[in-house]
Ligand binder design. Structure first.
Ligand code: COA
Length: 330
């Protein structure tokens, strides 16, 4: 058997909840205002799951769209990877619940938790599986139900996060062209362990929790995350370009994790990219963590901004501290 030299994205799909949470809505809940949030983050509204909505249903919906977009059927998919740090249950995994929704029989399914970098981690696993010939078609989906974990009394975090799911089908790039994943680089830095945490998720397990009677909630040191992110994004972009033997000026489109408009602008500046070569949708969705890059990628592809032959740079970072970048010839 000849192994594929490269994997590529065969299809994309995205789903966000219908319910919107605007900056004005948040201003009724905590001491904040639209102008502060827009200036500091670029966010105007986010999508939030209703109580009766399920992460696995939203995730499966994005998956079905990606599979349809690839021209394949669910039966053609060999394995499902769900990238999430906000599963509705620790066991079973979000992937096993989504696998059931999709009717994938007994095909393997597992979660990856690398917080907001989850999709980059999932993509590298999928790329490796395809190139090694382990599986032909890998369904990778970044999906988050962050609203289940957000503390809506904490104005430092509740303004940022939203829910959503973005999926891709990864398969061999055997069409004889140069398209596909050129290079992926990941990193993790334990010095950032305490910068973004979910507190009280495992009461009694490893965490002597003073919050015993409160539900799990996201806690963050925003200022330090910001500094960490700007540094990590710049470094990983330079390193992934070096790994691929490419230079900054060869990048046509930047598809960054949508965490904060100011971090995105710093990354674009580093690459010397004008605004029109950076895909931004943070104003509508906020930070959807592992869903953010595939949601943005899907939007870039379906709106025609990402065109055949372009070099796209994907970059993500988040809790852990984790980070990753990927170069794709579209
Ligand atoms: C969270 C973030 C927007 C806060 O912006 P900031 O400029 O760092 O603001 P600070 O936390 O230093 O707070 C500045 C002031 O604004 C106040 N403030 C914080 N949140 C506020 C809000 N939602 N509305 C109004 N005021 C707010 C603070 O209390 C502080 O007031 P003080 O000076 O009187 O003490 C910013 O740090 C950030 O985006 N960090 C990165 C977070 C991120 O990307 N996380 C996900 C990574 S995947």
């Amino acid at each position: 058997m000849t192994l594929p030299t490269r994997s590529r994205i065969l299809g994309l799909g995205a789903t966000v909840p219908e319910q919107k949470l605007t900056n004005d809505d948040l201003a009724k809940m905590v001491d904040t205002n639209d102008e502060w949030i827009v200036t500091r983050t670029g966010i105007r509204e986010r999508r939030i799951m209703r109580e009766d909505e399920k992460l696995s249903v939203m995730t499966a919906d994005a998956c079905r769209k990606a599979v349809a977009n690839s021209g394949l059927t669910i039966d053609d998919i060999d394995v499902l990877i769900v990238c999430t740090y906000t599963p509705e249950r620790l066991c079973p995994s979000a992937a096993c619940e989504t696998q059931g929704e999709l009717g994938m029989g007994t095909k393997p399914a597992f979660d990856i938790n690398a917080a907001c970098s989850g999709f980059m981690y999932g993509l590298q696993v999928a790329d490796s599986m395809v190139r090694a010939g382990v599986y032909r078609h890998v369904l990778v989906v970044g999906a988050e139900a962050q609203s289940r974990y957000v503390d809506y009394t904490d104005r430092g975090t509740c303004i940022l996060f939203g829910d959503g799911a973005g999926a891709v089908v990864v398969g061999p790039s055997d069409d004889g062209t140069e398209t596909g994943v050129l290079s992926i680089l990941l990193g993790a830095d334990a010095r950032g362990n305490e910068l973004i945490t979910i507190r009280n998720a495992c009461p009694g397990l490893g965490e002597k929790s003073p919050y015993k009677d409160t539900p799990p909630y996201i806690a963050m040191n925003g200022r330090e995350v910001y500094k960490f992110a700007v540094r990590a994004v710049g470094e990983v972009l330079d390193n992934v370009l070096a790994q691929a033997g490419l230079t900054r000026d060869e990048v046509d489109l930047l598809i960054p994790h949508q965490a904060n408009i100011r971090i995105i602008e710093a990354a674009a500046e580093r690459l010397g990219l004008e605004k029109d070569r950076v895909v931004v949708n943070i104003e509508r969705y906020g930070n959807t963590a592992a869903a953010s890059i595939p949601l943005t990628l899907e939007e870039a592809a379906t709106t025609g901004r990402l065109k055949s032959g372009m070099l796209a740079a994907l970059v993500g970072f988040g809790g852990g501290f984790t980070y990753g970048a990927c170069l794709i010839r579209w």
